[in-house]
Design a protein around this ligand. Structure first.
Ligand SMILES: [Mn+2]
Length: 269
């Protein structure tokens, strides 16, 4: 039996300033230089959204080997930093690490004028509390991944990793990505979903009514069975991707009326 559902992590507390009227949530864009159309769409969105804040709930980048990858001015990572910096002049930007980009650090975020957001965070907005998470820590059925996660999210592992030359780190990141892709293509593979008992425990501990997460790439909005009355809710974000040349991208917008799922064209002012 896994003890995790019964000892939820303490959520970081964020209270929205009184002047915020709407906030956006996006996740799992998996930006990389090989898919410039997704990066362009993301740029259009960030520079066009009317929201007062944008919460990026992990896996903004397909891979992140360290903030020094964003130093060369011709690099894709540097360009993304410039986009964030420009967008930060219009809206407050928050970044929560995902399982692909957990090595994004304070150097890159400070340069880009983006706030680091711990996982999980309890956001107080519109008279309610919303629990934000990438979601991978809640996918408990994948025990192999949870062991891997505990290792790579530990301070000693990260310090050791970041002490290596960038080229070595990029090679390790490629290996990790290849391993995870092989794992996903195995015949018996079924990607884990957020564990209901754990989600309920996290929500109760944070005194929040709705969990908003990414990672699963399975957009959904459902009541958590057995969560009592009033029922607790779980909302999964869509990923952004190109399919047969068509961009699939969604934004989840929250305002005083509640949550709304928007297509990219609807999300831009
Ligand atoms: Mn993920």
């Amino acid at each position: 039996m896994n003890a995790l559902p019964f000892c939820p992590p303490a959520a970081f507390e964020l209270t929205a300033p009184a002047n915020w009227r709407s906030v956006d949530f996006i996740a799992d864009l998996h930006l990389h230089a090989g898919e410039p159309d997704v990066a362009h769409a993301w740029q259009r969105y960030l520079l066009g959204t009317p929201a007062d804040a944008v919460f990026i709930l992990g896996d903004l980048f397909e891979v992140w080997a360290g903030d020094d990858a964003a130093l060369p001015r011709e690099s894709f990572a540097f360009h993304c930093g410039q986009v964030l910096h420009a967008a930060a002049a219009r809206a407050a930007l928050y970044f929560m690490p995902g399982n692909r980009d957990f090595l994004v650090g304070p150097a890159f975020l400070q340069q880009a004028q983006v706030h680091m957001l711990p996982d999980p965070t309890a956001l107080a907005f519109a008279g309610r509390r919303w629990l934000l998470s990438h979601g991978d820590a809640l996918c408990l059925a994948d025990t192999e991944y949870q062991q891997f996660r505990a290792l790579v999210r530990s301070q000693p592992w990260q310090a050791q990793m970041l002490a290596r030359p960038l080229a070595e780190r990029e090679a390790v990141a490629r290996q990790m990505r290849a391993h995870s892709t092989r794992h996903q293509h195995a015949d018996d593979y079924q990607s884990a979903d957020v564990d209901t008992a754990a989600a309920i425990a996290w929500l109760r501990a944070a005194r929040a009514g709705t969990l908003i997460h990414g990672h699963t790439h399975r957009p959904a909005d459902h009541v958590l069975a057995g969560s009592g009355n009033p029922p607790l809710r779980c909302v999964a974000l869509a990923d952004w991707q190109l399919q047969d040349g068509n961009l699939h991208a969604q934004v989840l917008r929250l305002d005083a009326d509640g949550l709304q799922r928007l297509l990219l064209a609807e999300a831009i002012q």
